[in-house]
Ligand binder design. Structure first.
Ligand code: GLA
Length: 650
């Protein structure tokens, strides 16, 4: 594993670069990320470029054997550019340009911005094409779907719709614009969804297309930059650092033409005491690995007290600096870069702490970081080894968008069932992949397909096929509910999935925060919440019934034999135990290796490859844990990771 740090040479005087680089080298830091916000220093005025300071900084690191990931600075156009060309600024939903003063102040569709962005990226690529210290490139920073309301975006959106629908009549029909007399008679009438009122009043079909286009902008912007860089450096390793934000890009499209995925990983410092809370970042890490179905990089890793836009929160507890980085490694990250080396002394982010505090006196967190660097070196053999999984969870960007656009009932979020199903299998120490819904399913034995809300026929076909050939599928509530335009389908749910599930939804009851009991055939009882599909079976057998409300005795969970495989349908949202019970049944029936009796939040994964195999056991809790795996007793401190390696696959 390679350990790096995010570093901002432009924030510190040059003498500090040397002492910082020396300490980094001595500690075992192998990589720094630089440059992603430094446009004003790289191009201090229009067309005048100054890379000399960056050359010196990169030189200081290179002399000490530290490689560099170079960020393109397009996140922060310099003030002169915004003043000369205010059209580079994004516009808010009030139809006005956003003020300068915070970062991310650029619209990816502004022709003027794109021209300047192309120029600075090309200049950087040309300048650093032969610099061997530059080992990879990061495009921009934490790109979000381009929710901008400027003229360029509106024009692009209309053009996008024209290409998709051809005629305004087709679009009117697809959106059902007759409702509330919303039919357009010309493309020019189509505006972006301006603010000032509740979004839920807007047409969901129109809103889903807006989200799709806003996400496509990110992909285009990344591909544009990647192509420019490759024009100078054909073998460049290119990424962009992504995260989970409100306006999510489409991970699968964004990274399709990039070389590797990188993720900004800030696991929680305050461990919740509500046992139903699935706080582990394992689920995020598995989503990241699943984007390209290969190992990935952490570009920013929790280093100190978070705070700045929100008040400061707790400092990482002993064990977290090391443990959370090793947890990322356990899930397929080969490189972990910490945000940041030293805490900023100026600027809005001065309270988001790095490995070293403002004082520049290395302290407790630094010592733990140094220990991690030493341990990372000893793990060189397993770098590149992969996680092989027999269980997959499908993720749909479009369903995620659609749930955000129309929250279905209090407390029900798309990600929650992804987490519930992921953790139901992970709790038995099996590797779980989370992959895009369009991926091939060959090689898996179990595929969880939660809330397949926006219907895609090719995805449904693949799931039918998978079950037909012997796989086990788990479907859940709200599946098959919408067509590709985010309109309700005119069939009994789960509509396109009804034959696979072998059941139909007679009626549903969105109970929100209310709860109801669900009873399995063996008498075991669970609490369910949020949503109740009242089921009627066709070919399926009943696994569990509701034990309350007017549908007491009606099926809540069913199991259908389909071809040589099976499909579960879970019509409600249960407590964690409910999913675990089903998962255990499946693991036993499918003969998948698993471990029973792991304490809650003790995580076990396995990486294999290159003649090496390693089992990672992580105590992701703030209390000591003692337990037995394969006859061996393990006593583990809070956030401790134990890595058991062998030379041949286990
Ligand atoms: C994000 C950004 C960083 C920094 C950190 C911590 O992940 O990419 O530049 O702002 O948050 O605040």
């Amino acid at each position: 594993m390679i350990i790096g740090v995010d570093y901002y040479p432009e924030h510190w005087n040059e003498e500090m670069w040397v002492s910082d680089a020396e300490l980094m080298a001595k500690t075992g830091v192998k990589l720094v990320r630089v440059g992603e916000f430094a446009w004003c220093r790289l191009e201090p005025s229009d067309g005048c470029f100054d890379f000399s300071w960056l050359d010196r900084a990169i030189g200081v690191f290179a002399e000490r054997g530290i490689k560099v990931i170079l960020g393109t600075p397009t996140n922060c156009p310099p003030r002169w550019l915004c003043e000369e060309h205010p059209e580079v600024l994004p516009w808010g939903s009030d139809g006005k340009p956003n003020p300068i003063g915070i970062r991310g102040h650029r619209c990816y569709n502004s022709p003027v911005f794109l021209e300047y962005a192309r120029r600075i990226v090309s200049k950087l690529a040309e300048h650093y094409k032969d610099n061997e210290a530059v080992s990879a490139w990061q495009i921009d920073n934490e790109l979000e779907a381009n929710i901008c309301y400027c003229e360029a975006c509106s024009a692009k959106h209309r053009e996008w719709l024209r290409r998709k629908y051809g005629t305004i009549e087709t679009l009117n029909k697809a959106y059902g614009n007759v409702v509330w007399s919303g039919e357009y008679s010309s493309w020019e009438q189509i505006d972006p969804p301006y603010g000032g009122y509740n979004r839920a009043w807007l047409n969901p079909a129109y809103m889903l297309d807006f989200s799709r286009r806003a996400a496509e902008d990110v992909t285009e912007f990344c591909n544009m930059q990647a192509e420019l860089i490759r024009g100078y450096i054909p073998n460049a390793q290119i990424t962009t650092n992504t995260w989970f934000c409100e306006s999510m890009p489409d991970f699968y499209h964004t990274f399709e033409k990039l070389d590797f995925v990188s993720y900004d990983n800030y696991p929680t410092v305050s461990i919740p005491h509500d046992t139903e809370n699935i706080y582990t970042h394992a689920v995020h890490l598995d989503i990241m690995r699943g984007i390209k179905r290969k190992n990935f990089c952490i570009m920013e890793q929790l280093s100190g007290t978070p705070g700045c836009w929100a008040p400061m929160s707790k400092t990482p507890r002993p064990g977290m600096i090391k443990g959370y980085a090793l947890q990322a490694f356990a899930h397929g990250a080969d490189t972990v870069v910490f945000f940041r080396w030293r805490t900023a002394a100026t600027g809005a982010e001065m309270h988001w702490h790095g490995i070293i505090d403002h004082s520049n006196v290395p302290g407790r967190r630094f010592e733990e970081f140094a220990e991690l660097c030493r341990e990372a070196e000893s793990l060189a053999d397993i770098r590149g080894a992969e996680l092989r999984s027999e269980v997959a969870v499908l993720y749909s960007t479009e369903s995620e968008y659609a749930f955000k656009l129309q929250p279905q009932t209090d407390g029900m979020y798309y990600m929650e069932q992804i987490k519930l199903l992921h953790s139901a299998f992970a709790v038995y120490g099996v590797n779980v992949d989370i992959i895009g819904q369009h991926e091939e399913l060959t090689g898996y034995k179990v595929v969880c397909a939660p809330q397949m809300y926006i219907t895609d026929e090719s995805v449904a076909r693949r799931l039918y096929d998978f079950a037909e050939k012997g796989g086990t599928v788990i479907l859940t509530n709200r599946s098959g509910a919408k067509d590709g335009n985010n309109n309700c389908v005119g069939e009994q749910l789960p509509a396109i999935y009804a034959r696979l599930a072998g059941c139909r939804v007679e009626e549903y009851d969105p109970i929100g925060w209310d709860t109801v009991k669900v009873k399995f055939a063996d008498g075991e009882e669970f609490t369910a919440k949020q949503w109740c599909d009242i089921l009627q079976t066709d070919t399926a057998e009943v696994v569990a019934y509701y034990d309350g409300n007017f549908y007491k005795g009606k099926p809540a969970v069913t199991l259908n034999r389909f071809g040589s495989g099976k499909a579960y349908y879970i019509g409600t949202v249960g407590e964690k135990r409910l999913y675990r019970k089903i998962a255990l049944d499946i693991l036993e029936n499918m003969g998948i290796d698993h471990i029973e009796g792991l304490p809650d939040n003790v995580e076990v994964t396995r990486r294999e490859g290159g003649g090496h195999s390693a089992r990672f056991v992580f105590n992701n809790t703030d209390v000591p844990q003692s337990f037995v795996i394969d006859g061996e007793r393990l006593d583990m401190q809070p956030f401790e990771m134990k890595i058991q390696t062998v030379c041949a696959p286990l």
